[in-house]
Design a protein around this ligand. Structure first.
Ligand SMILES: [Fe+2]
Length: 224
């Protein structure tokens, strides 16, 4: 018979290293929380309706935060290898959802303020260098984002190998890991359906009026 302390030690030793480090990281940083929006729920109207913003932030993003905390807590309890493998999909989905939405809120801004205004500077110059023009970027990003089958995200990302801006997409709530995210567009139905129904191109055209290019430029400057 194994003494309780020895059983616990054996169980901890059997846990994968990533699970142990995740548990330790979660314990050290505490639980994840829903970040406040940097503007009011109605501030992106008429391009994104208040009702969408409220549900998207308070319900959908909160669900990812809750799911991420639950997955990390389960990891911290020393799951078996089989249980840890099961938890990976929950961690990827909810962790990705939390990362993506935290980034998304900040890359939007009211049109009465910074939203929709690409001013002269490094971002504009780099877009023109890599796409030819802002309109060409917008067209490529809208086309590739609209073509995502099911739910996902369209991104303007910085490729650190080629040192270029590129348009890429990720499925579901997968975060962008191949590039540094500069701008993300949520193309899950919860992001637009209440206002734009099934007409994705209308949502994709409208969202550029509330894109926070200042935030995008600061993300680009950080990696140049
Ligand atoms: Fe979303």
């Amino acid at each position: 018979m194994i003494a309780p302390l020895a059983r616990t030690a054996a169980r901890v030793a059997a846990r994968p290293a990533f699970a142990r480090s995740l548990g330790a990281a979660a314990a050290s940083r505490g639980v994840h929380t829903l970040p406040d929006l940097p503007y009011d729920y109605n501030a992106l109207e008429p391009y994104i309706a208040e009702e969408i913003m409220k549900l998207h932030h308070q319900k959908h993003h909160q669900t990812y935060v809750t799911g991420l905390n639950a997955a990390e807590e389960a990891y911290s309890k020393g799951p078996s290898v089989q249980e840890a493998i099961k938890l990976q999909s929950a961690l990827k989905f909810n962790g990705g959802g939390h990362i993506n939405h935290s980034l998304f809120w900040k890359n939007l801004a009211p049109n009465s303020g910074d939203g929709g205004k690409l001013t002269d500077g490094v971002l504009k110059d780099t877009i023109e260098r890599d796409f030819g023009s802002f309109d060409a970027l917008k067209k490529e990003m809208n086309t590739k984002t609209a073509a995502i089958q099911g739910s996902g995200w369209g991104w303007l990302g910085y490729n650190q190998a080629t040192k270029k801006l590129e348009v890429v997409t990720t499925p579901n709530q997968d975060p962008l890991l191949s590039h540094v995210p500069i701008l993300g567009i949520d193309i899950w139905e919860h992001a637009f359906y209440l206002q734009y129904k099934n007409v994705k191109p209308d949502y994709l055209n409208a969202i550029w009026n509330v894109i926070n290019f200042k935030e995008a430029e600061s993300r680009l400057k950080a990696v140049l």
